[in-house]
Design a protein around this ligand. Structure first.
Ligand code: HEM
Length: 385
């Protein structure tokens, strides 16, 4: 039933403007947009412009959703210790999994020569190897799938002249970023294929950060196409800056999470709210020079992650408080809810020594929170003339 209604709305919107009235508010699904008083704000030349923007927006939203899944699969790959199971990278042929016993034994033999097998997984069975291999393989295949679902429709939209010229650089730029992300992933894996089978936390965080930038751009562009500048609500400059601050602190918080994950800092102190009974734990400055503690000393890394959670909470709470006066309350309630869920997941993951399910949920929750603050920032942005 729901798909039929959805198709009906889309088809009729394409053929004829739909005007929905809710009390004093008027919503229009068509080539013209009306203000809440029903006053015509903008009229597009043709329905086709609206349809093109709608199609581009849906495509980008879908791509962002698949990138979301990709980030979560990446988190599970790391949490299940599967990330170093494929010791080679073949961008084209790598899509074909081992078929048959002989092919499996061949890839397993290659893995057996890797430092991870020798130092950590010696004696692992072929079945055990298959279970870790499939996560890493799935992560890589999904990366290629994203490339295809991005590139093929992009070409189609371009050939049909559906993409406005000022969007070319942004949309191709995103494709290039996707390619760089693939390279970054391999650069990260390579850091663990050495004597010490441990992926560099710097490269892990760079890989996570680039994934977030790609996700954020896709979501933002999708909202640009779907909501359009005509739909932006005017907000005060102060509030607008606050929504950007929320985006920035959540992004930094996620990078800090990358360092927690990369240094395995979630496994060393597992008490909350204090760290082994202390608010400021011992052993914060054990590495020289001092700044390296922020990225390489697990005690400091976990401490920073906790402190940053306080900052993120403060920024989102202030946005929520201010939004009561700005008509943006629903959006900020969404961000606040995502934050509460995320903090609960973080604390649970910590005190339970990071089981795969909670670690993955915490990763998924972080991206959901990022999406929520981006949405709030998009709605608050100024309309360009
Ligand atoms: C604003 C809220 C938070 C955000 C956006 C956030 C984000 C993240 C991210 C992105 C990761 C990396 C996950 C991965 O790479 O797999 C992470 C890891 C982690 N976070 Fe948070 N976090 C938040 C709050 C907290 C809190 C309050 C705690 C607990 C006190 C916490 C504990 C952890 C732990 C233990 C890990 C390591 C998990 C692992 O080893 O996989 N987080 N966080």
């Amino acid at each position: 039933m729901a798909p039929i209604v959805f198709c009906w709305i889309l088809t009729s919107a394409a053929l004829d403007p739909i005007k929905l009235e809710f009390g004093a508010r008027t919503f229009v699904l068509c080539d013209s947009m009306y203000s809440s008083q029903g006053k015509l704000i903008i009229a597009m030349n043709q329905n086709s412009q609206y349809q093109h923007a709608f199609a581009l927006g849906c495509w980008l939203l879908f791509c962002a959703a698949v990138v979301y899944v990709m980030v979560v699969v990446g988190g599970i790959t790391r949490l299940t210790q599967s990330g170093l199971s494929m010791v080679e990278w073949d961008p084209i042929m790598g899509i074909i999994p081992p078929i048959g016993e002989a092919a499996w034994l061949e890839v397993f033999d290659k893995y057996k020569q890797s430092p991870e097998y020798i130092k950590i997984n010696a004696g692992m069975s072929l079945e055990g190897f298959k279970s870790i291999f499939y996560w890493e393989y799935g992560h890589r295949v999904l990366g290629r799938v994203i490339g295809l679902i991005y590139f093929i429709p992009l070409m189609y939209f371009l050939l049909r002249g559906m993409v406005p010229k000022q969007w070319y650089a942004r949309l191709f730029g995103l494709f290039v970023l996707g390619g760089l992300q693939g390279l970054m992933g391999w650069y990260m894996v390579k850091s663990g294929l050495v004597d010490v089978p441990h992926v560099s936390q710097y490269r892990l965080t760079a890989h996570l950060g680039l994934a977030l930038i790609i996700f954020g751009c896709m979501l933002w562009y999708a909202m640009d196409f779907l909501r359009g500048e005509r739909m932006a609500r005017h907000a005060s400059s102060g509030y607008m800056l606050l929504t950007w601050l929320a985006v920035a602190v959540v992004f930094l918080m996620m990078l800090s999470g990358g360092f927690v994950a990369g240094t395995k800092a979630g496994f060393i102190i597992n008490t909350f709210p204090t760290m082994n009974g202390q608010w400021i734990p011992a052993g914060l400055m054990t590495v020289e020079p001092g700044w390296r503690n922020l990225f390489e000393n697990p005690v400091m890394v976990q401490f920073v992650h906790r402190c940053m959670a306080v900052i993120v909470t403060a920024v989102i709470l202030v946005s929520f408080y201010l939004s009561t006066k700005q008509r943006f309350r629903t959006l900020n309630s969404l961000a606040l809810l995502a934050l509460l869920v995320q903090i609960s997941l973080g604390i649970s993951a910590l005190v339970m020594r990071v089981p795969v399910s909670l670690g993955a949920a915490h990763q998924a929750g972080a991206v959901a929170l990022f999406a929520a603050v981006l949405y709030a920032a998009h709605r608050a942005r100024k309309v360009r003339n």
